[in-house]
Design a protein around this ligand. Structure first.
Ligand SMILES: Nc1nc2c(ncn2[C@@H]2O[C@H](COP(=O)(O)OP(=O)(O)OP(=O)(O)O)[C@@H](O)[C@H]2O)c(=O)[nH]1
Ligand code: SF4
Ligand SMILES: [Mg+2]
Length: 400
């Protein structure tokens, strides 16, 4: 259970001013002392995460944040770390002491609502204090559920769990499949996984593993080969596979070895749809043709590994794009959860497959790009475009 990737868990952010009992609440919800509780305001400085199973929902991740009321809502490092949690929270809990609700709490709620994140208001320390009727009526009018708790003795925690389950967004429950709709039950997919110096020792990477799992969930089968073995593997099959999926780095060889009537795409393009918005990314990819030498391109990679010699994000994509544009471009790289809010200086944003991000965070990034009017695409689509196989690699998704 604990090994479900973070990116596949429903993420629940706990927000509120200092000392209202956020950490005590997280401990009560998870029934563990994971976050330090103290009467010193400002105890939690970095977000604290705790994965658990919230039945009947399944794996969730609670994120206790630092209270930030002392520094205003935006600005400052602690605030920046808390702000990042807004990018990935699927549900937001706003914790307040009932008598002390003012603009700060209204701003927290507004931030959640702006991003369409379902919000629950928790009036904690209800043994000591309670909200006034006017506030309760106002929240009720906005259809925001409220729960009274005493985090230190567990009162109301069951009600909060019930409210959380009721608040789960439909998009989360209806998250798109990775590949299940491209391969019918009983059919076969061929997955091409180069084992080069970028491949981690002794294992496959998350997008590959998750694609295999999705095929099994869809009652389909798969064979996994390196690019050199693809042709022989296809020849050995009695019937052509429903689809060939390759690592983008082997795109050209795989396109050449896969018969034209067999659909072909890449893991990264599968993830463009699963973790992002394929329509938005496809439109963004076309903007590559408008790039000029000297333009600024942001490359965002959700892994935090040290770049290696022929790194895809640091070396290969910049090289292919530079060749395609016919002149130098300025590349800026962001890793992990880092992503700038001000995108105005960029002419293009290229996101990796985002397997380490939850869908909400990947969609937040697309949202920021749209707000700034900056085209956004992903690794696989960019590579397909620069190699001239974009139409073929996106054809399996057209009319899906
Ligand atoms: N009486 C009472 N005290 C509580 C309750 N919940 C938390 N406390 C106390 O309030 C103080 C602050 O609790 P924390 O959980 O550390 O508060 P926090 O919101 O995480 O604070 P920061 O990390 O500083 O932002 C501690 O002394 C807790 O024991 C409650 O429901 N009732
Ligand atoms: S986070 Fe991005 S770069 Fe890292 S494995 Fe997943 S898709 Fe690839
Ligand atoms: Mg705390």
């Amino acid at each position: 259970m604990q090994s479900t990737p973070k990116s596949n868990r429903l993420q629940i952010g706990i927000f509120g001013r200092r000392n209202v009992g956020k950490s005590a609440l997280m401990n009560a919800l998870t029934r563990q002392q994971v976050s330090i509780v103290s009467d010193v305001a400002g105890t939690t400085t970095d977000p604290v995460e705790k994965p658990m199973e919230l039945l009947p929902l399944g794996p969730v991740l609670f994120i206790d944040t630092a209270g930030v009321d002392d520094e205003g809502f935006l600005g400052g490092q602690r605030i920046e770390r808390t702000r990042k949690i807004f990018e990935r929270a699927d549900i937001g809990i706003v914790v307040s002491e009932g008598h002390n609700w003012n603009k700060y709490e209204d701003d927290l709620l507004a931030e959640l609502q702006k991003r369409s994140i379902p919000a629950i208001v928790v009036f904690n320390k209800s043994d000591l204090t309670s909200p006034d009727e006017k506030l309760l009526k106002r929240l009720q009018d906005c259809k925001i559920s409220t729960v009274n708790t005493v985090a230190t003795n567990g009162a109301g925690i069951l009600d909060l769990r019930t409210a959380l389950i009721a608040a789960v967004p439909v998009e989360y429950l209806d998250a798109p499949t990775i590949i299940g709709d491209l391969v019918k039950s009983g059919e076969l997919a061929v997955l091409v996984v180069p084992i080069d110096k970028e491949a981690p020792k002794g294992r496959l990477i998350l997008p590959q593993v998750q694609t295999i799992r999705d095929l099994l969930d869809s009652d389909a089968g798969c064979i996994v080969v390196k690019e050199r073995e693809l042709r022989a593997a296809l020849n050995n099959l009695k019937k052509p596979p429903a689809v060939v999926v390759t690592d983008s780095q082997a795109f050209l060889k795989v396109a050449a070895d896969t018969p034209d009537d067999v659909p072909m795409t890449s893991f990264s393009i599968l993830f463009a749809r699963y973790k992002g918005d394929l329509t938005e990314y496809i439109a963004g990819t076309r903007a590559i043709d408008r790039l000029k030498p000297g333009d600024n391109v942001l490359i965002a990679e959700a892994c935090t590994h040290h770049p290696i010699a022929d790194d895809i994000g640091r070396v290969k994509i910049p090289r292919w794009l530079t060749q395609y544009v016919g002149g130098q471009l300025n590349f800026t790289h962001y890793q992990g959860h880092d992503f700038p809010q001000d995108l105005s200086r960029y002419q293009l944003v290229i996101q990796c497959g985002s397997c380490m991000l939850n869908r909400r965070e990947a969609l937040s990034r697309i949202w920021y790009c749209k707000q700034a009017g900056v085209p956004v695409t992903n690794y696989g689509l960019t590579i397909a475009w620069t190699l001239g196989i974009f139409e073929r690699a996106t054809a399996p998704f057209i009319n899906k």
